[in-house]
Design a protein around this ligand. Structure first.
Ligand SMILES: C[S@@+](CC[C@H](N)C(=O)[O-])C[C@H]1O[C@@H](n2cnc3c(N)ncnc32)[C@H](O)[C@@H]1O
Length: 294
């Protein structure tokens, strides 16, 4: 068994809202540890299969072990969902029975200090989902100019963006900032929490992760490329964890519905019940939106 676990968020709601056909290939665009895929496969008859994609080669390996009992009902591919058109073409898949995006990163990414995502588990300033990518959080923090860092963290909702950026530039003049704990402590010194429950560096860390992994660009491209692949009657479900990505999904779905050919399934986003939030803190900010191809 893996030393890491990841509890799938809104699992029941996702399965019941996504499945409209009993056969065909479903796409899990963010496979992670395979929690949603396992639930989908358990809910579907043997004729249906899942193509699971994860950008992180380590995660694709973890999922392959976890999903081995499903045999050839699941095919796992390491890749960026922004290239879903190329991935499905390579796999000989022409149409898709339903698609899920469960955005962001997995608990494994937070728990494993060496990946550099966590303020609490000290690690290198990395934050790459795919370690082959050239850009790291280290490069942003130690090389980007003031304007770019300040803009990045401001648009991700950090109201102390100027104070934080100034502190980063002052600190890096002395020596390069190397670790997540170092950056977290620096931010906590200049922008201390005032009664908020989250660490004062939370928004800066989110901004760095989003930039390192081109998350908004991937999301927009992933949705666009998935649209022609879905069969009529098939649904696309997207789980978001912060307001910026939820806004992208909400506005893109609204645009799709206004173009015609798409019908929103969830008028309001589906949120986890209190019981799920108590069991899985990560679920507290989750929102699921689903749209159907007509
Ligand atoms: C929240 S986790 C998914 C968890 C999964 N649903 C489960 O039940 O285990 C998000 C996953 O998406 C992957 N990911 C993030 N961006 C991606 C992208 N652009 N393409 C493919 N996978 C991506 C991450 O590596 C991570 O494993």
């Amino acid at each position: 068994m893996s030393e890491y676990t990841h509890v799938p968020v809104l699992a029941e709601e996702t399965v019941s809202l996504l499945i409209t056909a009993k056969r065909g290939t479903y796409v899990d665009a963010t496979l992670g540890m395979g929690g949603h895929t396992a639930r989908l496969l358990n809910a579907l008859p043997a004729e249906a299969s899942v193509l699971g994609i994860d950008w992180d080669p380590e995660m694709a390996g973890v999922a392959a072990r976890a999903l081995a009992p499903f045999g050839d009902r699941v095919k796992i591919v390491q890749g960026n969902f922004a290239n879903i058109d190329e991935i499905t073409a390579r796999e000989g898949i022409r149409s898709v029975a339903g698609a899920l995006f469960d955005l962001g990163i997995s608990s494994l990414h937070f728990d494993k200090a060496s990946r550099g995502f966590s303020i609490m588990n000290d690690g290198p300033l990395d934050m790459r989902i795919n370690p082959d990518n050239p850009l790291t959080a280290y490069t942003i923090i130690n090389q980007w100019p003031y304007e770019q860092i300040e803009h990045l963290i401001r648009i991700c909702g950090e109201r102390h963006s100027r104070r934080i950026t100034r502190a980063i530039l002052d600190a890096r003049r002395e020596h390069a900032l190397e670790t997540t704990a170092e950056l977290g402590a620096l931010i906590a010194r200049v922008a201390p929490a005032r009664g908020e429950k989250t660490h004062p560096a939370t928004k800066t860390f989110l901004a760095l992760r989003v930039a390192v992994n081109y998350e908004f660009d991937n999301l927009t491209r992933g949705i666009q490329k998935m649209m022609p692949l879905l069969k009529p009657g098939a649904r696309m479900g997207i789980i978001t964890f912060h307001s910026l990505e939820d806004r992208i999904v909400k506005e893109t779905f609204r645009l799709m519905a206004s173009m015609g050919g798409w019908k929103p399934v969830t008028r309001k986003p589906v949120k986890p019940a209190e019981a799920e939030i108590i069991e899985n803190k990560r679920a507290r900010s989750a929102k699921l939106r689903v749209i159907e191809k007509l």
